[in-house]
Design a protein. Structure first.
Length: 307
């Protein structure tokens, strides 16, 4: 168990004035199974009113708009989070985490890769039948994490937020988002519910993406369309390791499109320059909680002319 301090700044500079700016933010962590948020704040530039809600996936969502001409948009998030990941995140699994999306659809080549990854192992039959015993899921997910890590070479600039798992698989190049999409796609193909996660980890200067797989409380499949009780466990295929108490979740979803940290639209034919600064560090065991006071929300977000 660790207490982490999060300081997250995003600044978007436009080459000229834009207006009629509408945005959605999922940049603020919330308390959920494996993490407890003890304080948090969000400030925006320009300072505009926001509406707050929770989406289908349990993420904290802020919506806003700014009609007047402006040349920058920024947000600043500060939070203190108690992370306790050892027993997973106790949240039910809705059926939609078992099915492919546009970004995570599986191809024949990916299925062959999955079969090759488990050939000669104790999981070969489970993958073929798409049915795992509860006690097998952790070990299989570790194997799949390593397989995905070995398939993709971390390379910036080769993929975009619209790149699918299948495209990254063929390129054999990508960034953390692509590793996470590929893991989620192959886990679901094997019969294990999985979800995409975005957030940050201690010591890193940027946001990060990873995946979580679901371990039910029993061997029930949940095939009747109901949510299943159990726990989510994180795996980081970009780094070929399990997620531990150094990770803070900002948002989860079926894929990147459900958990995008910031998105928006505006009027204006301009270019954009984005600057992101993330500081995530462990606080001392005593006196760390409450470094930021209160829970306040005021003004800004991120957009795109499209962005």
């Amino acid at each position: 168990m660790k207490t982490l301090s999060v300081d997250y700044k995003m600044h978007l500079a436009f080459s000229g004035a834009v207006s009629d700016h509408f945005f959605i933010l999922r940049c603020v962590p919330v308390s959920r199974g494996c993490q407890t948020v003890t304080s948090r704040s969000l400030s925006l530039t320009p300072d505009v009113p926001l509406s707050a809600s929770r989406d289908t996936f349990g993420n904290s969502v802020y919506r806003g708009q700014y009609y007047a001409p402006h040349t920058e948009f920024a947000f600043h998030v500060r939070a203190t989070v108690l992370v306790h990941s050892a027993d997973g995140s106790r949240e039910p699994c809705p059926p939609f985490y078992r099915y492919p999306t546009r970004l995570t659809a599986c191809t024949d080549g990916m299925r062959s890769f999955l079969r090759g990854a488990v050939r000669g192992t104790d999981f070969e039959r489970a993958v073929a039948e798409r049915k795992f015993a509860q006690t097998e899921i952790h070990a299989f997910s570790d194997l799949l994490c390593r397989a995905v890590n070995g398939r993709i070479c971390y390379t910036s600039g080769e993929t975009t937020v619209k790149t699918t798992a299948a495209e990254a698989f063929c390129l054999q190049k990508g960034v953390c988002q692509d590793y996470a999409h590929l893991f989620v796609s192959l886990a679901r193909e094997a019969g294990i519910a999985a979800r995409y996660v975005c957030g940050m980890s201690a010591g890193e200067g940027a946001t990060h993406a990873w995946a979580e797989y679901f371990v039910p409380d029993d061997d029930g499949s949940g095939g009747d369309g109901r949510s299943v009780q159990g726990a989510w466990f994180g795996t980081d295929p970009t780094r070929a390791r399990r997620v531990d108490d150094d990770y803070v979740i900002l948002a989860v979803g079926r894929d990147f499109s459900d958990s995008q940290i910031d998105r928006g639209v505006f009027c204006g034919a301009v270019s954009q320059t984005q600057t992101v600064l993330v500081k995530t560090r462990e606080l001392p065991a005593q006196g760390g909680i409450g470094e930021y006071s209160g829970h306040s929300v005021s003004g800004t977000a991120d957009m795109a002319g499209q962005q």
